[in-house]
Design a protein around this ligand. Structure first.
Ligand code: CMC
Length: 443
């Protein structure tokens, strides 16, 4: 039976439809509110706003639950692998062996990028951030596949999705090679997805690097754990750009840009930079935590806290164990990692963090693992982007298949000046009229 919520404003009551999700989450549909009562809702950061219905990922932040298509994240982490999870997210169900072989072959065959695109990498400055390169190169893929630009559903759209899934590791690895002045390494058809990424990152013309199985498994796990996280900032960006019927490459490029920020995917890089700062400044973990509690210069404990999780991030639980295994197997001892673990210990016993329900998030341990396996710090967020790609693709496909999808166009409450007349320059300030500056070719 249809359920409604009553809302009364200035003596008028409207009945708003209620939607209940498969896990009992409840939403009040306010889409007719402005027409009915002339008011809109305000929700800074959209923390209480549902923008779509989705069957992809379920999160219960209070209980620390994360499920992809109904499967618990810890079970997937234990038994599955990144490419299978990518299939699950994009297609809705786990694949049969035949379906998986076909999917994986389609991805592996697409890892190579157009040779003309390779020349793009020489045009970027040596110190270009890999996220800037990734965003630009992903957008530029639209110029190489104009025939599939208009496809938003069906086999052509799925083909574009596979292309992106396949090509991002190559793009990211090549941006690293370019920054080091080393010739790019092409993908190999005898290697898997993660192994190929490690090969393209670390093999050179004079030394082929055979990927270490421990490292490859840890990286596969990092990709898998990042694969989707429902309507986070970058995924919402992909949906928002896609809602204007922009092509897939443009939508994903925007998602890469949104992920770059230090409050989102950039936190794993910011974590290592924070640890380096603590060491440079000669601070103890306790002294640094005091600075955070005093809110000095906007300092936050990177890798801690989450908008949705008010309990231990279930992805962090899995990665914490993996971080221990990787460090032990690789025999890595670093002061940076010791500082991270000491910081974690202080924060987990401090009332400031406990009262605010701030626990380590996935980026705390992914940062530690990536550092231990020798991935340069400025590449961390690009690694997150490779992992998040299946989620972005699945959400983009779902949005385009949903008949309820409309162009995203939020409202606002205007707080600026009310109507005022235009004043010409002559009547403003000292009455001077602006002059065109003479051009200075040497500048
Ligand atoms: N260190 C110290 N204090 C914090 C932190 C932190 N990491 N996170 C939140 N707080 C405090 C915040 O100062 C506020 O305190 P008060 O009530 O005294 O003003 C309170 O906790 C609530 O914070 P908020 O800003 O309302 O929380 P939010 O939900 O808007 O922010 C967050 C979520 C992830 C942006 C934030 O926790 C943060 O900045 N964390 C550090 C960056 C980070 O690790 N980001 C990666 C998130 S996981 C990867 C991903 O999914 O993107």
């Amino acid at each position: 039976m249809a359920e409604f919520a009553d809302l009364t404003f200035r003596g008028r009551t409207v009945q708003l439809p209620v939607t209940v999700g498969s896990e009992g989450e409840i939403a009040v549909d306010i889409s007719s509110l402005r027409d009915d009562l002339g008011v809109i809702t305000m929700d800074s950061g959209l923390g209480n706003t549902g923008a779509c219905q989705s069957a992809i990922t379920y999160i219960d932040g209070e209980q620390g639950i994360l499920r992809y298509r109904g499967y618990d994240i810890a079970e997937l982490a234990e038994n599955s692998a990144f490419l299978e999870v990518a299939y699950l997210l994009m297609h809705g169900d786990l694949p049969s062996a035949d379906d998986f072989d076909e999917f994986a072959a389609g991805v592996m065959d697409n890892m190579l990028v157009h040779e003309n695109l390779r020349h793009f990498f020489n045009a970027f400055p040596r110190d270009a951030h890999p996220m800037a390169v990734a965003s630009a190169v992903v957008a530029s893929l639209a110029t190489f596949y104009p025939e599939s630009m208009g496809a938003r559903k069906g086999p052509d759209a799925m083909e574009s999705c596979r292309r992106l899934l396949a090509k991002l590791p190559t793009i990211v690895a090549w941006s690293y090679k370019q920054s080091r002045g080393i010739p790019v390494t092409y993908p190999r058809c005898d290697l898997g997805y993660v192994q190929n990424f490690l090969h393209m990152m670390f093999s050179t013309p004079y030394r082929v690097m055979e990927p270490d199985p421990t490292v490859a498994r840890a990286l596969d796990l990092i990709f898998l754990l990042h694969a989707d996280h429902e309507q986070n900032c970058s995924t919402s960006t992909v949906r928002m750009v896609g809602s204007s019927q922009s092509n897939l490459f443009a939508s994903i490029s925007a998602g890469v840009s949104a992920l770059w920020g230090p409050l989102h995917g950039g936190a794993n890089q910011a974590l290592i930079e924070m640890l380096q700062y603590i060491q440079r400044a000669g601070l103890t973990p306790g002294q640094f935590v005091e600075k955070i509690k005093n809110k000095e210069a906007g300092v936050r404990l990177m890798g801690f806290g989450h908008r949705v999780y008010k309990n231990y991030d279930p992805r962090a639980k899995v990665l914490k164990k993996t971080a221990g295994d990787v460090l032990q197997k690789l025999g890595v001892h670093s002061e940076l990692l010791e500082t991270a673990l000491a910081l974690e210990d202080v924060a987990l016993h401090d009332d400031y963090f406990l009262e605010r329900k701030l626990y380590p998030n996935v980026d705390f341990y992914s940062g530690i693992i990536l550092h231990a396996i020798g991935i340069p710090t400025n590449m961390f967020t690009a690694i997150f982007a490779i992992g998040r790609m299946p989620g972005w693709l699945a959400q983009w496909l779902e949005m385009n298949a949903d008949p309820q999808t409309r162009i995203a166009r939020p409202r606002q409450i205007y707080t600026g000046a009310t109507l005022r007349p235009y004043v010409p320059f002559r009547q403003r300030g000292d009455g001077r009229i602006p002059r065109r500056r003479p051009c200075n070719p040497g500048a």
